[in-house]
Design a protein around this ligand. Structure first.
Ligand code: YSA
Length: 467
């Protein structure tokens, strides 16, 4: 995993913020010191700000709690870790005392955002989008609750994050009235100049009119939230910058007010592609798509070069704690201390304590040669862990030997089985057995969860369920 970067304007704004803060401190006015979320630039959370030359944003952030929103389109039934980064940024805003809105694009998902996509998205049935939106609503709620319960250790209550769906305002909108009222504020030149449009117009497939209009809807959402809730700031990945600019222009033209866009870096794969559903390389946050174990392992396996950056981006740990763990990690990288902390924090946020414990139990069972770790798992968990293992049900009869079971389960052939076991090629419940005539015993070969795991060589597993 790596992160793309774009030129920064936040550094410059931050310098001004420090001056401003001093002025206010000298004047003895009290304000919430961390309300200037631009300081999150130090963690790498925000990449850039739009409009780039604005001096007003730091003042606005420090003057009063701001309404800040981030949208996600329910084009799948789960969010992925790229979206998670946008949500973590939103939660940082909540921690700084701002009023946050997580917007589910139940309407916009039906149009399809061309941003960051090289081909047109297939039209989705409205029923499917509605189901996806429900599932994403649950995930958002779960993440926000996990954060408050497990990762916000202060006495101070957090402001609620509101979850909305833009179907709320589009379902009663009349097309002719909508275009008649707002269409005239959109200029063709600006619409055509957006990167998302330019990229697609120069591709062989081109771009449909529906996708071309997408920016109008995201812009109108911003206007709606601005007018109804005083929302002045939108956050999203760098691919969302064009849509944010359209919102800014629309709000300027209709109300004369200034609003702002803050972008977060895009999480990319090791090959540099944006990590996400369209690219087909997503790491999902719903456990039926990416299990707790696989999500945990994704972060445990993270390259040493990426782990510090990811700790700053995906966790809420103070920077001095991150520095401390990185120092320890550098002294003994083989222990993967930094990766473990990262995996733990993400699992707590996404799946809570239960999900973290499950991921840890499975990890222990996979990597330790301890029978006990395997015994703590259910049959379903063992089969999930050893995906690709042959699954066999065998009737338990007294006197069965290791060799007979290995042959009966298909793990070993009758003619070569004896030799393989004697040569040390068979592991029963992760422990090597070299005597083929050993008789099966409960608690040793047959675990209390009624399972026996056979392994031939390094990775060839057979899972036996005793009946
Ligand atoms: C936004 C505002 C609205 O008023 C209405 C809809 C939207 C949704 C937006 N147009 C969209 O399609 N977003 S998304 O569903 O593709 O992704 C949700 C958020 O996750 C976006 O901010 C996006 O930039 C971010 N994201 C997606 N993949 C990412 C990523 N962030 C970092 N790394 C990635 N790989």
């Amino acid at each position: 995993m790596s992160f793309t970067r774009v030129p920064l304007t936040i550094k410059r704004l931050l310098t001004r913020h420090v001056q401003l803060q001093l002025v206010i401190q000298n004047g003895r006015r009290s304000y919430c010191t961390n309300s200037n979320i631009l300081t999150l630039h130090q963690r790498g959370v925000f990449n850039d700000v739009f409009p780039p030359q604005s001096d007003e944003l730091p003042k606005l952030l420090m003057s009063s709690p701001q309404c800040i929103y981030c949208g996600v389109d329910p084009t799948a039934d789960s969010l992925h870790i790229g979206n998670l980064l946008a949500l973590v940024a939103l939660i940082h805003c909540q921690r700084a005392g701002h009023q946050c809105v997580a917007l589910i694009g139940g309407a916009t998902a039906l149009i399809g955002d061309p941003s960051g996509k090289s081909t047109e998205r297939e039209a989705l049935h409205p029923d499917l989008v509605e189901r996806n939106a429900e599932s994403i609503h649950q995930s958002l709620q779960r993440i926000f609750t996990n954060h408050e319960r497990l990762l916000w250790k202060r006495d101070k209550a957090l402001p609620d994050i509101r979850i909305m769906n833009n179907q709320e305002w589009y379902k009663s909108e009349n097309l002719v009235q909508f275009l008649g009222t707002y269409g005239r504020f959109f200029r063709m030149g600006s619409m055509l100049s957006r990167q998302s449009v330019q990229t697609r117009l120069s591709s062989p497939e081109g771009m449909s009119f529906s996708e071309f209009t997408y920016q109008i809807f995201q812009a109108y959402d911003f206007l709606h939230l601005h007018e109804q809730y005083g929302c002045n700031i939108q956050i999203g990945g760098t691919d969302q910058l064009g849509n944010m600019m359209s919102g800014h222009d629309l709000i300027r033209r209709t109300t004369g007010n200034d609003v702002y866009g803050l972008t977060i870096p895009l999480v990319t794969s090791s090959t540099g592609d944006k990590l996400g559903k369209t690219a087909g390389n997503a790491v999902w946050i719903n456990s039926d798509k990416t299990s707790e174990f696989d999500l945990y392992q994704y972060f445990i396996r993270m390259h040493d070069n990426d782990v510090e950056k990811s700790l700053k981006l995906f966790t809420f740990l103070p920077l001095h704690d991150i520095d401390a763990v990185i120092r320890k990690h550098k002294a003994k990288p083989e222990k993967r201390k930094a990766q473990r902390l990262l995996a733990e924090q993400v699992l707590l946020l996404v799946h809570g304590e239960e999900g973290l414990n499950k991921a840890r139990r499975l990890t222990e069972a996979l990597y330790s040669s301890d029978r006990g770790a395997l015994e703590k798992l259910s049959y379903e968990e063992v089969s999930q862990l050893f995906q690709g293992a042959g699954l066999v049900e065998i009737m338990l009869e007294p006197g069965l030997t290791v060799h007979q079971v290995a042959v009966a389960s298909g793990a070993l052939s009758k003619d070569r089985g004896l030799a393989i076991i004697e040569d040390g090629g068979l592991y029963v419940n992760q422990q090597r057995i070299t005597n083929p005539h050993e008789v099966l015993q409960k608690g040793l070969h047959i675990l209390s969860n009624n399972v026996t795991l056979l392994r031939i060589g390094k990775k060839n597993y057979t899972l036996i369920k005793w009946v």
